[in-house]
Design a protein around this ligand. Structure first.
Ligand code: PRP
Ligand code: HPA
Length: 181
């Protein structure tokens, strides 16, 4: 049971629910990549907690790398511009790649990453996201593995920030609009 927290108007998912989603998607990745050693590219910073859960639930051999991009500047609205802050180091040419995201919201970050990895010669690019905000999409993007579908509301916790804080909370909640409106 999670206590009512004034920072949030609603609690969406507990740590336990997120772990179950990671277990399910981990099993799907084991099945889909049985003949491959995919590279899991964790998108900093938000995807770190989700990636930890997902990794523990994948049994096949995988590689891991990190890429740091940003578009929200800590606020609740996308700047619509993606900034590559720190690049990954693994060569993806001819490799199966799985982008590990915390959330697909407007879809701009995912579109940026998909075209970056394709331009570098990745054999395949799929996405495993903890959250998908379908009604927030501004462009046509599709994540292949989705933990939870959520409404078009600003959420935080479990890696996701509000003004760079609350990433450490062990649940995902809808940020109380009174805080930022
Ligand atoms: O679909 P979009 O509208 O592009 O939003 C999704 C992206 O936004 C967030 O990152 P952010 O730029 O806030 O950086 P952070 O992960 O370091 O917080 C989130 O972690 C995703 O990477
Ligand atoms: O709803 C959100 N919360 C936190 N970070 C985000 N980045 C994109 N959408 C969100």
């Amino acid at each position: 049971m999670i206590d009512i927290d004034p920072r949030f108007s609603k609690i969406l998912h507990s740590h336990e629910e997120i772990e179950s989603a990671a277990k399910k998607i981990g099993a799907e990745i084991d099945h889909d990549y049985a003949d491959s050693i995919p590279i899991l590219v964790v998108v900093l910073k938000g995807a770190v907690m989700w990636a930890g859960d997902l990794f523990k639930n994948i049994s096949i051999d995988v590689e891991m790398d990190f890429i740091d991009i940003a578009s929200y500047n800590g606020g609740v609205a996308s700047s619509n511009k993606i900034l590559l802050k720190t690049d990954m180091t693994t060569d993806v040419k001819g490799r199966d790649v799985i982008i590990v995201e915390d959330i697909v919201d407007t879809g701009l970050s995912l579109q940026y990453l998909e075209s970056l990895l394709a331009s570098r010669g990745a054999k395949s690019v799929k996405t495993a996201t903890m959250l998908n905000k379908e009604k927030g999409h501004k462009i046509a993007v599709k994540a292949d593995y989705v933990g939870f579908e959520i409404d078009n509301e600003f959420v935080a916790g479990y890696g996701l920030d509000y003004q760079e804080i609350w990433r450490n909370l062990p649940f995902i909640g809808v940020v109380n609009p009174n805080i930022y409106s």
